[in-house]
Ligand binder design. Structure first.
Ligand code: PEP
Length: 271
C-alpha cells in the first residue's frame, strides 16, 4: 500500500485565556514567529476573540497562512440553546473546530455520543475538525488506555460516515490527549503516543475508513513544549501537536513549529 503523505499540523488551544483586546496582538506575534511553510498552523482562541484574531491575521502578511479554529461547537445548527454557538454561526470567523476536549468532557459532561453529533455538525458546516480522545491516569496505570480510547473513537464516530473528511486531507484529525498529561507538565512518552496512534488507526480501519485510517492525521496533546516536541515529531505515526498552555507563549510556539517544520520537510523530501 502506498502511504499518503499526511500533513503536519500544530494547533494552539488558548482555552479561556485572552480578551478581544489582547488576542489580535498575540495572534500576530505567533504568526510572525512561526512562519514555517510546511506546517499547518491553527489558532483556537475563545469565541469572543475569533473576530480579533481573524482580523489580526488578515492584516499580517505572515498571518495569512494561519487558520482560526473554535474550541467547541453545538451539536444543532440553531435553536433554543442559550449561551451556545453553532457551527454555521462560525462562517467567516473560523475554519476549524476542536470537539471533545477533555475539559469539556469533564466540565460540561460531554459524552462520546454528543461529541459525535458535534463532529458531524461541524463537518456539515464545512469546518475542519480536531476530535480529542484520551484516557485517564487510572486507565493508563491499569493497562486500559488503548481499550478506553478505542471505545471513545467508536462512540464518537458511531453513525458517522467513514468519509468524514470529505476528501479534504485536513477535514478530520484526531488529537490523542491523555487526560493526565493536559496542563500538568507531565507529558506522555513519544513511544506511548505512537503506540496509541497505531491503535487509533486500527480502530479507524475496523470502522471502514479508507486506507485503514492511514490518511487521518493524529496529533499528540498534553503538556507539549519546546523541550519535548522533538520526542513526538520523531514518531512517524504522529503528525503534529495540539498545544494548550505553551500556545500562549510566542517563544514556545516558535520552537514547537520550527521542530514540526523539520518533520514536514523530511516528509516532503521522502515523498
Ligand atoms: C490542550 O488544551 O489540549 C492541552 C493539551 O493543554 P496543555 O498543552 O496545556 O497540556
Amino acid at each position: 500500500m502506498i502511504r499518503p503523505m499526511r500533513p503536519v499540523i500544530v494547533a494552539g488551544n488558548w482555552k479561556m485565556h485572552t480578551t478581544p483586546a489582547e488576542a489580535g496582538e498575540l495572534a500576530r506575534t505567533i504568526a510572525r514567529r512561526t512562519n514555517e511553510p510546511g506546517v499547518v498552523r491553527v489558532l483556537c482562541p475563545p469565541f469572543v476573540c475569533l473576530t480579533a484574531v481573524r482580523d489580526a491575521l488578515a492584516d499580517e502578511p505572515a498571518g495569512r497562512g494561519v487558520a482560526v479554529g473554535a474550541q467547541n461547537v453545538h451539536h444543532e445548527p440553531a435553536g433554543a440553546y442559550t449561551g451556545e454557538i453553532s457551527a454555521p454561526m462560525l462562517a467567516g470567523l473560523a475554519t476549524w473546530a476542536i470537539v471533545g476536549h477533555s475539559e469539556r468532557r469533564r466540565d460540561a459532561g460531554e459524552t462520546d455520543e454528543l461529541i459525535g453529533r458535534k463532529l458531524r455538525a461541524a463537518r456539515a458546516a464545512g469546518l475542519r475538525t480536531i476530535l480529542c480522545v484520551g484516557e485517564q491516569l487510572a486507565d493508563r496505570d491499569g493497562d486500559r488506555a488503548i481499550e478506553v480510547v478505542d471505545r471513545q473513537v467508536r462512540g464518537c464516530l458511531a453513525g458517522a460516515n467513514p468519509g468524514l473528511a470529505g476528501g479534504d486531507p485536513l477535514g478530520f484529525t484526531i488529537a490523542y490527549e491523555p487526560v493526565w498529561a493536559i496542563g500538568t507538565g507531565r507529558n506522555a512518552r513519544g513511544a506511548d503516543a505512537a503506540e496509541m496512534a497505531g491503535a487509533i488507526r486500527g480502530t479507524l480501519a475496523a470502522l471502514g475508513f479508507a486506507g485503514g485510517g492511514e490518511d487521518v492525521p493524529i496529533l499528540y496533546g498534553g503538556s507539549v513544549a519546546s523541550s519535548n516536541i522533538a520526542e513526538f515529531m520523531a514518531e512517524p505515526s504522529i503528525d503534529g501537536a495540539l498545544v494548550g498552555g505553551a500556545s500562549l507563549k510566542p517563544d514556545e510556539m516558535a520552537a514547537i513549529v520550527a521542530r514540526a517544520g523539520l518533520t514536514a520537510a523530511a516528509r516532503a523530501a521522502a515523498a
